[in-house]
Design a binder for this molecule. Sequence first.
Ligand code: ADP
Length: 168
Amino acid sequence: MNRTGIYPGTFDPPHNGHRDIIGRALRLVDHLVIGVAVNDAKGPVFTLDERVALVEAEARDLAAAIPGHATIRVQPFKGLLVDLAKSAGAQVIIRGLRSSTDYDYERQMVGMNSRMAPGVETIFLTADAQYQAITGTLVREIARMGGDITPFVSPAVAQAIAKKLAKG
Ligand code: ADP
């Protein structure tokens, strides 16, 4: 079966928790669509275009180490995830689970999404213990306060954040 999976998120910035899920997803499906949500509500550091470019670079970097990995498309999206899933012809939505709070929220989403798009399954990949505490919000806050974010993001992303914040 030719399986397409969607991994959606804000990716502001893409961090090591996201990298872990992308790497694992690349082994699970034949085609991986990474949906980068517009989401202005979280006080973004990076514009949508910048986030798409960063995620593309991260995914390329990860794929280089995975023989026979899925094809990758990074796509901005606005609106309902189920609409993105339908337009991409996806059979699965892939989500990372960090905590029981994530789980409670995700359960509701699955309940609604499965009504709107029957046949599109959501699969959860539990966060790796070493990445479990990482969130985009915390990475942004630490960076804005001048802290060291290198344990949480790739060197490329750390550099991009430093450059962005230096510009104001
Ligand atoms: P964040 O909450 O870090 O800003 P996103 O909203 O972009 O991240 O989340 C996109 C997806 O990645 C979600 O499914 C989320 O649960 C998952 N995810 C986020 N952080 C991690 C992590 N540290 N480990 C595993 N999955 C994660």
